[in-house]
Design a protein around this ligand. Structure first.
Ligand SMILES: *[C@@H]1O[C@H](CO)[C@@H](O)[C@H](O)[C@H]1NC(C)=O
Ligand SMILES: *[C@@H]1O[C@H](CO)[C@@H](O)[C@H](O)[C@H]1NC(C)=O
Ligand SMILES: *[C@@H]1O[C@H](CO)[C@@H](O)[C@H](O)[C@H]1NC(C)=O
Length: 358
């Protein structure tokens, strides 16, 4: 009788381990966890804990989230970080600053953590109020790693991180912060972003990351906030051209780092390509409004953020943009599905599912 209980326990824990990872039917080993670093496109609530106006923990954000609840996501529902994790059969990792409030729950560190923070950039000088800069997020990743070593030992912690996917969504805020007057020339500006980013990716690698899912910036000049600055609602060309330069350079950087490091693998997602497809053929994706934000006030609903006094559209699945900077849940879902399982010139050298299976 005494022997049966441990065996039963073992069986149960094996079953629950499988259930928590493997997407149904796929033969490859499950991705154990997702770690997210980035900005408001991926923030799931870190900024709720910070002193900043860059928050989304109030209506009408979250109107289509479970329970209609505002969580800190800059979206009507889920964002890309949520969808990427879900597509890999994992639950979306919780915000780091919430996890450390539950001191003692060190197991959470093994299940994936989201460090993304609205307003964050590659440069420490990119911020608007308090945020977790990318450097700060990497400091916290390092703390997370140290806690994992304490709990499970270095070897297991390393093995775990090497199999996990590290999602990086950064750069838009740096580009928004670029000022053509008085600032560096675009090329110079982009090389300063890239050399800083190189050091940051190297740190992430040194902590133990081996699988990086890197989302390039979208056509940031086409977000409602920047369109509104032109009389005719055109995309802002300078912002888009800096974004293009940045993406080219980030993509080359990853290719070079893989050659140099040997055992690092990555997936690069050309968000600009994917967004341009949506702009060209909106109805193929169920969209009827590609310019105006759903939630906001003024021209293109882009003069004022999505705050409780803002108006919002009744149909959120036919709008590309939720507020003046951020996509709707519908858009985030399309992009995430594309980067996880898509193929084509904009997802390379492998997609995220293939990266997970390496
Ligand atoms: C991304 O796609 C755009 C649009 O097709 C293209 O012009 C650009 O060169 C691509 N960039 C990268 C880094 O793949
Ligand atoms: C990444 O790819 C290389 C081949 O380029 C391979 O040797 C290496 O083991 C891979 N690393 C991981 C963690 O899968
Ligand atoms: C929202 O718009 C889409 C596309 O125009 C349409 O297919 C869908 O039925 C609409 N949803 C609602 C609830 O009206």
């Amino acid at each position: 009788m005494a022997a049966i209980l441990p065996i039963l326990f073992l069986l149960l824990s094996l079953t629950s381990m499988e259930a928590s990872g493997n997407p149904a039917g796929s033969g490859s080993p499950p991705v154990p966890a997702v770690y997210v670093l980035g900005d408001s496109l991926a923030d799931v609530g870190n900024n709720n804990h910070l002193l900043t106006i860059m928050k989304a923990d109030f209506a009408h954000n979250g109107i289509d989230f479970a329970g209609g609840k505002a969580t800190g996501r800059f979206s009507n529902g889920k964002n890309s970080a949520d969808f990427i994790s879900e597509q890999l059969g994992l639950s979306s990792p919780p915000p780091y600053l919430s996890v450390i409030k539950n001191a003692g729950d060190t197991q959470a560190f093994f299940n994936g953590i989201n460090f993304a923070s609205a307003g964050a950039g590659i440069l420490d000088t990119t911020h608007d109020g308090e945020c977790l800069s990318l450097s700060k997020q990497i400091d916290y990743l390092s703390t997370t790693y140290a806690t994992m070593v304490e709990k499970a030992g270095n070897e297991r912690a390393q093995a775990h991180l090497a199999k996990s996917i590290f999602v990086i969504v950064i750069g838009s805020n740096d580009i928004f912060g670029y000022k053509s007057n008085g600032g560096a020339a675009p090329k110079q500006f982009v090389s300063s972003l890239i050399s800083t980013l190189q050091g940051q990716i190297k740190r992430i690698y040194n902590i133990g990351a081996r699988k990086i899912a890197f989302l390039g910036t979208g056509p940031v000049g086409c977000c409602p906030s920047l369109r509104r600055q032109s009389e005719t609602g055109e995309c802002k060309a300078i912002a888009n051209s800096i974004s293009d330069l940045y993406n080219e350079a980030a993509s080359s950087l990853l290719r070079e780092m893989k050659t140099e490091l040997g055992d690092m693998n990555y997936s690069f997602f050309n968000s600009t390509f994917a967004m341009q497809e949506i702009f060209k053929h909106p109805s193929d994706y169920g969209f009827t409004e590609v310019e105006a934000a759903c939630c906001g006030l003024g021209d293109l609903n882009a003069k004022v953020a999505c705050i409780p006094i803002s108006s919002y559209c009744s149909n959120r699945t036919n709008h590309v943009f939720w507020d003046f900077y951020h996509p709707t849940e519908a858009t985030a879902g399309i992009l995430a599905a594309d980067l996880v399982d898509g193929s084509g010139p904009h997802v390379y050298p492998v997609n995220v599912r293939q990266l997970g299976a390496l």
